[in-house]
Design a protein around this ligand. Structure first.
Ligand code: CTP
Length: 400
């Protein structure tokens, strides 16, 4: 069944961005109910949201609440998440103190679902101790606050107060919507992306990994309740919310970071496409072209997954990845056994929908004694499948 998000829109210039948020949430198959304050309708018309959500937008002053009390209470009960975008200093002050003088604040007070507040206002208003105290109060009631971004504001000032990017709001919303937390309290380490092996100050050797699979895994593990550390090679992806990200470039840097973080982890997933070789010598100056061929000698990089396999402590689960272009089953089994993994996720780069830059993947899971081929699915869905499988492995054998 579709999850219901109630979106409260208040009277700030960022109100227009709530339309993009609504559209993106609808595309992600959420049911969105919009409630606007009267002031918000000065910035954007209810019709915009009605066209996107296919629901009537509730805009009302307190006097009219009585007529619609059934609807606003039923929406408060049905809501899986309540978001206020943008949240003005005024609405933050009201919800911090339980004021309920219009449809939005009345419904908000009645709702018991998780609540996400996205403040957007002038820096002075945001930094005012009154607003800060109100936000502190909201947090103490269990509301989640997405810190505003810094930048040039509509009033012409520069500073903190910009509405965070829509992608970040959705990222946080999806974390809150995921109520099943089987990884609650667990430490999960994920590596993602390619590595870069320098040849000289301007050139490097790398691969086509986009990091999408690892980043989705990190988000999914966070959504399932884990404390997630993401060790990432150079990628051009948005950093996920509520995840510790350690950025590295080379395989050796990744190795050092993994060594430092690895011991305390309950689950480690090595989704990174680690470069197997690095230049034997990194030129300090730019390598100049000559009339003849260029020969570069490469030496082997450490195998991080194999190192983790050797150091694995009882109870810790290790999941590797394998990217193949031929003999998938044979190669994947070999890697899994040699690197002492509890599970290995293999994909064939030549299969349509699998591989590096896509949002989808076609995977085969390998375990000590069996294998399981999966259909094409989004990397997000696959991430949940991988983590659910690791959860059941943990239950069955404690990862030993
Ligand atoms: N891996 C690693 N360190 C390396 C190479 C690979 O940790 N130096 C990890 C990857 O993160 C992945 C798994 O090992 O989880 C398999 O990586 P893959 O590139 O498919 O295989 P390789 O072991 O490098 O073997 P080959 O390149 O010969 O297929």
């Amino acid at each position: 069944m579709k999850k219901t998000i109630v979106l409260g829109v208040t009277g700030g210039i960022a109100a227009f961005k709530a339309a993009q948020l609504t559209s993106d949430l609808i595309k992600k198959d959420y049911d969105v109910e919009v409630i606007m304050t009267k002031h918000a309708t000065e910035f954007i018309a209810p019709l915009t949201f009605e066209s996107l959500t296919k629901h009537n937008v509730m805009v009302s002053t307190f006097e009219k609440v009585a007529d619609r009390s059934v609807k606003h209470i039923s929406i408060a009960k049905r809501a899986d998440l309540f978001i206020i975008v943008p949240a003005t200093a005024n609405v933050i002050a009201k919800i911090a103190h339980g004021l309920a003088d219009d449809m939005l604040t009345t419904t908000f007070l009645a709702a018991s679902c998780p609540k996400l507040i996205c403040p957007a206002m002038n820096t002075g208003m945001y930094e005012n101790p009154i607003t800060q105290n109100n936000l502190k109060l909201c947090r103490s009631y269990g509301m989640h606050i997405l810190e505003p971004a810094s930048g040039r504001l509509a009033c012409g000032d520069s500073g903190k107060g910009k509405l965070p990017d829509i992608e970040d709001i959705i990222d946080k919303a999806e974390e809150l919507l995921h109520t099943d937390k089987p990884l609650y309290g667990q430490q999960v380490l994920i590596t993602a992306g390619p590595t870069q092996e320098a040849l000289d100050p301007v050139r490097f050797l790398t691969n086509h990994s986009s990091g999408k699979m690892g980043y989705e895994l990190a988000r999914a593990a966070r959504d399932m309740g884990a404390h997630v550390t993401l060790i990432s090679g150079p990628v051009s992806l948005r950093l996920p919310q509520d995840i510790t990200v350690i950025q590295v470039k080379s395989a050796q840097e990744m190795m050092e970071a993994v060594k430092k973080e690895g011991a305390q982890q309950d689950i480690i997933i090595k989704a990174a496409a680690v470069g197997d070789y690095r230049a034997a010598h990194i030129s300090e100056e730019k390598i100049k072209k000559s009339e003849t061929e260029l020969t570069v000698t490469f030496v082997k990089n450490p195998d991080i997954l194999a190192m983790l396999g050797e150091r694995k402590r009882p109870g810790q689960l290790l999941c590797g990845f394998a990217m193949e272009t031929e003999d998938l089953e044979e190669n994947a089994r070999k890697k899994m056994l040699e690197k002492h993994c509890d599970m290995l996720v293999a994909n064939n780069l030549k299969v349509e929908g699998a591989g590096f830059q896509n949002d989808t993947n076609v995977a085969t899971f390998f375990y000590q004694d069996k294998m399981e081929s999966l259909n094409i699915m989004s990397k997000r869905e696959l991430s949940f499948r991988i983590l659910e499988t690791l959860c059941s492995l943990k239950e069955n054998n404690g990862g030993k």
